[in-house]
Design a protein around this ligand. Structure first.
Ligand SMILES: NC(=O)c1ccc[n+]([C@@H]2O[C@H](COP(=O)([O-])OP(=O)(O)OC[C@H]3O[C@@H](n4cnc5c(N)ncnc54)[C@H](O)[C@@H]3O)[C@@H](O)[C@H]2O)c1
Ligand SMILES: N[C@@H](CCO)C(=O)O
Ligand code: NA
Length: 437
């Protein structure tokens, strides 16, 4: 050993920024040996110091753009979040010939196509392992570890906050808002937590995974997105009676017709590994034609788990910088000239089994009316549970599990059933994923 130290500037000293700073300091010896050069944080851009970070000997700027202008910096680490200032900062760093490491999935999902092109034009790279599934090295797995495979589909629990909320609600009967507040206090949630609970954060991550898996440009606006805010404790309970757990999944599937890109709550058979991923943990199941199913599991959010991924990117870059080959691995795993559009399958054509919950009058003939509507749409019923009516109540909850049906057909069946006189409320619908990889 060793080449000159690689000089790092960190912008943003919040949850992930402070975690990254501390992991780099604490594991400096290991990192030096692994990177084959010292990795020194020489400049931090932060609105204020962080109580957990000893910044002695480090230049601190209140203006983060000073870091991007610092001629000493080789790698700028963007950990401020958002897509406005962060985008300007990253663009400036790239134009100034600095490599960029970021945890910002919104930035990559929405502006990655342009940013990767700008990086390439400036002969630098953007690394973003922390942007998807926190500490799990899923980007590296898809981009490098599985590079011999045709990826057929992937499905993942890719939002830690949402999974934490669903797990706490199920296991401890806790209130949604109360668990969300705890996720915020633990540093898991996005600055705007509607990104977590309405599925936007998972959609950002899914579009990144899909581009890596299928060699397509990032197409954030094409992801179908449904959050967890409409799930009820009854659905969780009834799903369990049927042998399922409800999880919020991102699913990307490629077939002859195109690619399905969707984020929504899903019933998963309780014996599947993904059904048993709880708390802030994430997991991504990837099916490759050569390897078969592979599963990646670990912490999806939090200061040091996310820092683990940021630091791994810095180490990777330091190794490459030290041998003068930092553009060795393309940003999305294929040469930019080989990225190709893949048609997006319309949701009406997406086929899954379904769970439905409705409230019906408890009188003869209702079940046969419902069954005949399903039959008209070519949908067969797998299971049907009729709950006992509450005291003094003439209406009963009905839970139906169907076999696979295209969403378009299911929508027709649902609106026909909702128009029956004996059905007194909107029908709740949740897709089922069997995940038999
Ligand atoms: N928290 C997690 O578990 C996690 C996991 C993976 C990825 N991420 C991503 O990492 C990024 C940072 O998230 P976080 O949780 O650390 O957020 P955070 O709010 O804890 O930290 C962001 C920090 O950046 C600072 N900042 C913002 N704008 C600034 C500006 N213009 N100048 C100076 N400082 C500025 C804020 O003051 C804050 O200290 C986001 O893109 C987020 O999506 C977070
Ligand atoms: N808010 C995100 C952070 C990790 O990307 C989550 O909860 O998964
Ligand atoms: Na990751």
């Amino acid at each position: 050993m060793s080449s000159a130290a690689v000089k790092v500037g960190i912008c943003g000293l919040g949850t992930v920024g402070s975690g990254t700073f501390n992991v780099l300091q604490r594991n400096a010896d290991l990192i030096r040996a692994r990177a084959q050069s010292a990795v020194d944080v020489v400049h931090v851009g932060a609105r204020r110091d962080h109580p957990d970070c000893d910044l002695e000997g480090v230049q601190v700027s209140r203006d983060i753009f000073a870091v991007a202008q610092d001629p000493e910096i080789d790698v700028l680490v963007e950990l401020i979040g958002g897509t406005t200032v962060a985008r300007e900062l990253v663009e400036l760093a790239l134009r100034n010939g600095k490599h960029v490491v970021t945890a910002n999935k919104a930035l990559i999902a929405e502006f990655g196509n342009e940013l990767f092109a700008l990086a390439e034009a400036n002969q630098v790279v953007i690394r973003y392992e922390a942007a998807v599934a926190g500490g799990i090295p899923i980007i590296k797995a898809l981009r490098e570890g599985l590079s011999g495979n045709r990826i057929e589909w992937l499905a993942g629990i890719i939002n830690g906050t949402g999974n934490f909320i669903l797990s706490e609600m199920r296991d401890k009967g806790r209130d949604f808002a109360d668990v969300l507040a705890e996720a915020q206090a633990l540093g898991y949630a996005e600055a705007d937590p509607t990104f977590d609970v309405e599925g936007i954060d998972a959609a950002h991550k899914l579009v990144i995974l899909a581009s890596l898996a299928f060699g397509m440009p990032l197409r954030f606006s094409s992801v179908y997105t449904e959050g967890i805010t409409r799930l009820t404790p009854q659905d969780v309970e009834y799903a369990e009676e049927l042998g399922y757990r409800i999880k919020h999944l991102g699913v990307a599937k490629c077939n002859g017709a195109g690619v399905e890109l969707r984020v929504h709550p899903t019933l998963i058979p309780e014996q599947r590994l993904l059904a048993n991923v709880n708390g802030v943990k994430n997991a991504v199941l990837v099916e490759g034609d050569a390897v078969g199913p592979t599963l990646y599991y670990g912490a999806g959010a939090g200061a040091e788990p996310t820092a683990s991924a940021v630091v791994a990117d810095i180490v990777d870059l330091a190794r490459e910088i030290s041998v003068g080959q930092a553009c060795r691995v393309p940003a999305l795993g294929v040469a930019s000239a080989c990225l190709a559009e893949v048609p997006i399958v319309p949701m009406a054509d997406v086929v899954t089994p379904w769970y439905l919950r409705m409230v019906a009058e408890d009188k003869p003939g209702v079940l046969s009316q419902i069954a005949s509507i399903f039959s008209e749409q070519g949908i067969s019923i797998e299971a049907l549970i009729q709950k006992a009516p509450a005291e003094g109540e003439t209406r009963v909850p009905l839970i139906v599990l169907t076999n696979s049906a295209a969403q378009g057909r299911m929508e027709k069946a649902v609106s026909a059933i909702e128009s029956l006189e004996s059905i007194s409320s909107e029908i709740a619908r949740i897709r089922v994923e069997v995940l038999d990889g």
